[in-house]
Design a protein around this ligand. Structure first.
Ligand SMILES: *Cc1c(COP(=O)(O)O)cnc(C)c1O
Length: 428
């Protein structure tokens, strides 16, 4: 028995399911998750000191590669000054100013501790600002685990095969309306049936929690127009796409101006950070300036701010990082596409920039219903093959692959070789 299995046997006695976030469990692919003892560059090292090329990258934060020395140095120096003060610090002003002066649609920003908290707070703010209660979200989009957003909520629930969460009172989701991704008509109908009641539309501008699903041409622009026409706010949940698809995220890439935006993952450089921001006139309603209450003992934590600031600086001040990530995405996902065609597998690759996923369906996946046509058993076989050959993927069909700057051509070539072996093994 390997050490990951031994640790899992111990973990399940004291931690529900043995993990502190369900997406880490590997039950659906029939094995114990890898317990990680360390990571560097493109690699994670498991409890048996086996090394894998990592395509989870902490679900996005490690965009520069694991254990970036510059980020690490800033973190160590911040630690030496004290771990937390529960009081204002210069580091918080630095990062807020840095973001607001570089992303035009973010005029003010508030730091929190997770993506969940960021989205939950942005929804409260949208409701406070519009004095309306209803929100429109899209099936298969994940916005964290706050009560009102656990409706058709993507990867974690899809993998476990549960439609929503137990423990969420019907009252909490009564004002959550679910639309179909890439279907503007479904949104229009909800607006018509709920005239004057919709506070906001929240969307993953590129959906990355039901596999990777790209917005069709005109979809995001259409949402912007529908929100403006109906006096509702447009919230881009950029917890994955922010600082990844461009420094200014999907909003910059697709040239759409949301009213509010939420961040997480990359913004903390690997530390627990989230943030929400947007138009000044809206953000001014947040306490203590306005009546929308939101607080946090550890929010803006100095160690977390040091990590986030250094990572954002490296991203903003080395724009070739984004062209390198684009090229890496093209090489890996394009290469996988070619192999799938060459070996005639019933799969499709969906990708944009450094984000991508292999869907085990021949359908072109545009929404949640189509994502669900994937053959999850075939995925499990793929996952195991890749892991046995040194490639660490997210253990679910409905998660993205994340590339980092440390995924060099050589690393990508090694990955494509393993992927070709996989294709051979199943097409034989
Ligand atoms: C991960 C994620 C969240 C939740 O962030 P946590 O830090 O896990 O709470 C919210 N929205 C999107 C789009 C995400 O991918």
């Amino acid at each position: 028995m390997d050490r990951s299995q031994q640790l899992m046997d111990r973990a399940v006695k004291f931690i529900p399911g043995g993990v502190n976030s369900p997406v880490r469990a590997c039950g659906n692919v029939g094995m114990a998750p890898r317990f990680i003892q360390g990571a560097t560059g493109p690699y994670v090292i498991d409890a048996d000191s086996r090394r894998y090329i990592d395509y989870i990258c902490s679900w996005g934060p490690m965009i520069l590669g694991h254990n970036n020395p510059e980020v690490l140095d800033k973190v160590i120096r911040a630690c030496e000054n004290g771990l937390s003060f529960g009081a204002a610090t210069e580091a918080e002003v630095d990062i807020a100013e840095y973001i607001c002066t570089r992303i035009p649609h973010v005029e003010m920003i508030r730091m929190v501790n997770s993506g969940t908290e960021a989205v939950m707070s942005a929804i409260r703010l949208a409701r406070g600002y519009t004095k309306r209660d209803k929100i429109i979200k899209f099936a298969g989009n994940y916005h964290g685990h706050s009560d009102c957003l656990l409706v058709d909520a993507g990867s974690g629930l899809m993998t476990a095969g549960i439609p929503g969460s137990a423990g969420v009172p019907a009252g909490c989701t009564a004002d959550t309306l679910s639309a179909v991704y890439n279907d503007l008509d479904s949104v229009k109908k909800l607006f018509e049936a709920n005239e004057g009641k919709v506070a906001a539309v929240i969307v993953e501008p590129v959906a990355a929690n039901m596999g990777v699903v790209l917005p069709e041409k005109g979809f995001l622009k259409g949402l912007r127009e529908l929100c403006t026409q109906n006096g509702a706010l447009l919230i881009f949940d950029e917890v994955i796409t922010g600082f990844r698809l461009a420094f200014g995220g999907a909003a910059e890439r697709f040239k759409i101006k949301p009213d509010l935006v939420t961040y997480g993952k990359i913004i903390g450089g690997g530390m627990p950070v989230g943030a929400y921001g947007g138009r000044k006139e809206i953000m001014e309603l947040v306490a203590p300036l306005g009546p929308v209450y939101q607080a946090g003992t550890l929010s803006g934590n100095p160690v977390a701010m040091a990590a986030g600031m250094e990572q954002l600086k490296l991203l903003a001040e080395n724009p070739d990082i984004y062209s390198k990530l684009e090229a890496a995405g093209e090489k890996l996902y394009g290469g996988m596409e070619n192999l799938i065609r060459q070996y005639d597998l019933p799969c499709t690759v969906s990708h944009i920039g450094s984000l991508g996923c292999v869907f085990f369906t021949s359908a072109e996946v545009k929404n949640y219903e189509l994502a669900k046509t994937s053959d999850t058993e075939a995925f499990a076989g793929y996952y195991k093959f890749m892991l046995e050959h040194g490639i660490h993927l997210a253990p679910s069909q409905f998660e993205a692959m994340f590339l980092s700057l440390a995924h060099t051509d050589e690393i990508l070539d090694q990955t494509l070789e393993v992927f070709e072996d996989y294709c051979k093994s199943v097409s034989a």
